[in-house]
Design a protein around this ligand. Structure first.
Ligand code: PLP
Length: 427
């Protein structure tokens, strides 16, 4: 039996309609930006394998550090025990975050990082004796697939079967350029004594279609929220670790800081599953008490797994290196040049960019949604040419590892142009 046949017998893949899906592509090896198949095909991973892989696949430096940790301490319970990789990672992360972030809580993915932030926010109000129950989120937000994370995400076909089980959330539209004042007014009208938290993906809404907005309006929204005591939760699961051109998207804000932050995806450079929720001293202190009921009763078996923390430390070394800083700037500049070319193209709309993330809409007229088949056509076309991109509906985007070479990036741009020319002929 081939691997694909064995897979079909036993595996259920994520976000996949198993009835109609093509057989999955077996990957045997990764190196840098490249993925290799058994039968000799190669793909440029232009989306960093779902936005996690910052420094390329099987990075030898991360591998070496994790291997050493693996034979020293692979795991230990994190209640009543601690270890150097967890402490060192927190010590190194906090000074890189907005200055009010004071404590690190570990979990094991982006969804759980969001769950923890929500539970901290709700329990903060509970603990100080002024319970608040409402959350304000952005339309088309994506914060993960567990129930709390789903509840604060935008409602869509993805969440439809679960709507009866999701807590109520108020939504504001994404404050995209041109809609800022309207969104701010709506937001202010929703802020009342019962709003516990405002959660947002700063500057770029990822899964919702790489929707981008400006730091100035986010600054105003956070200011309005915090004036009413509402806790601001920055979900930097996708945008963290240099994606937007700065180390964290929250660094684009002026004179405001989020109260809570969620990190995952790029945290370990794509090597291991790890989530981090950070919070301000004020939030942390609301849980300190002789009364055990004020404890944050939350934890996962793999909380602060030493291997994952070690991978994160190694990834951080690479992220903070001069070589990576230069690569991020170079990637942003190259995207900017390519964006100017894209704007000219008849089937392209809404070209947008923030740092290393470049996105645009394919516009062929007619219905556009995730289930529209332009997505499948574009995906298959690029894959056939050795480029892994996964359009979000009619939104095509690039989010490559920082180590992508000039040659690889040029090749990716050329394949996108070939796709656009082919689509233009069909309109
Ligand atoms: C991917 C993502 C999540 C969920 O992370 P998982 O690790 O997939 O659970 C949460 N928030 C944002 C902004 C994301 O992009």
């Amino acid at each position: 039996m081939t691997l694909q046949e064995r897979d079909k017998k036993v595996i259920w893949h994520p976000f996949t309609q198993m009835k109609t899906a093509l057989p999955p592509i077996p990957i045997v090896r990764g190196e840098g930006t490249m993925l290799y198949t058994e039968d000799g095909r190669t793909f440029i991973d232009a989306i960093s394998s779902w936005w996690v892989n910052l420094h390329g696949h099987a990075h030898p430096y991360i591998a070496e550090k994790v291997a050493a940790q693996l034979t020293t301490l692979e795991h230990v319970i994190f209640a009543d025990f601690t270890h150097n990789p967890a402490v060192e990672l927190a010590e190194r992360l906090l000074p890189l975050l907005p200055a009010n972030q004071a404590k690190v809580f570990y979990s094991d993915n982006g969804s759980t990082a969001v769950e923890v932030a929500l539970k901290m926010a709700f329990q903060y109000w509970h603990n100080i004796g002024k319970p608040r129950t409402k959350v304000i989120a952005l339309e088309d937000a994506y914060h993960g697939d567990t129930f709390g994370a789903m509840a604060v995400g935008g409602r869509s076909a993805f969440t439809a079967p679960f709507v009866p089980f999701l807590f109520d959330v108020e939504y504001i539209p994404a404050p995209i350029p041109g809609r800022e004042e309207e969104v701010l007014a709506r937001f202010e009208s929703l802020l009342d004594e019962n709003v516990a938290a405002f959660i947002f993906e700063p500057l770029v809404q990822g899964a919702g279609g790489m929707v981008m907005y400006e730091p100035e309006i986010l600054t105003k929204l956070i200011q309005a929220a915090q004036k009413k005591g509402v806790l601001a939760i920055a979900d930097e699961v996708m945008v963290g670790f240099g994606r937007t051109g700065k180390l964290f998207a929250s660094h684009y804000l002026t004179d405001v800081k989020p109260d809570l932050m969620c990190l995952s995806k790029g945290l370990t450079g794509g090597t291991m599953a790890l989530g981090v929720t950070t919070c301000s001293e004020q939030i942390y202190e609301a849980f300190l008490s002789a009364d055990k009921h004020k404890t944050l009763f939350h934890g996962h078996s793999f909380t602060a797994n030493p291997l994952a923390c070690t991978a994160a430390l190694a990834s951080l070394d690479l992220t903070l290196s001069e070589a990576t800083k230069t690569a991020i700037q170079w990637l942003a500049d190259r995207h900017q040049t390519f964006a100017k070319q894209l704007v000219q193209h008849p089937v392209v709309r809404h070209v947008r960019q923030r740092g290393t993330i470049l996105a645009f809409d394919l516009h062929l007229g007619g219905e556009t949604s995730y289930f529209n088949n332009i997505r499948d056509v574009a995906y298959a076309f690029l894959l056939e040419r050795g480029v892994l991109m996964r359009p979000l509906g009619n939104v095509l985007y690039l989010l490559p590892p920082y180590c992508i070479t000039e040659e690889q990036l040029t090749f990716v741009y050329q394949q996108i142009e070939a796709l656009l020319d082919t689509l233009a002929k069909e309109v």
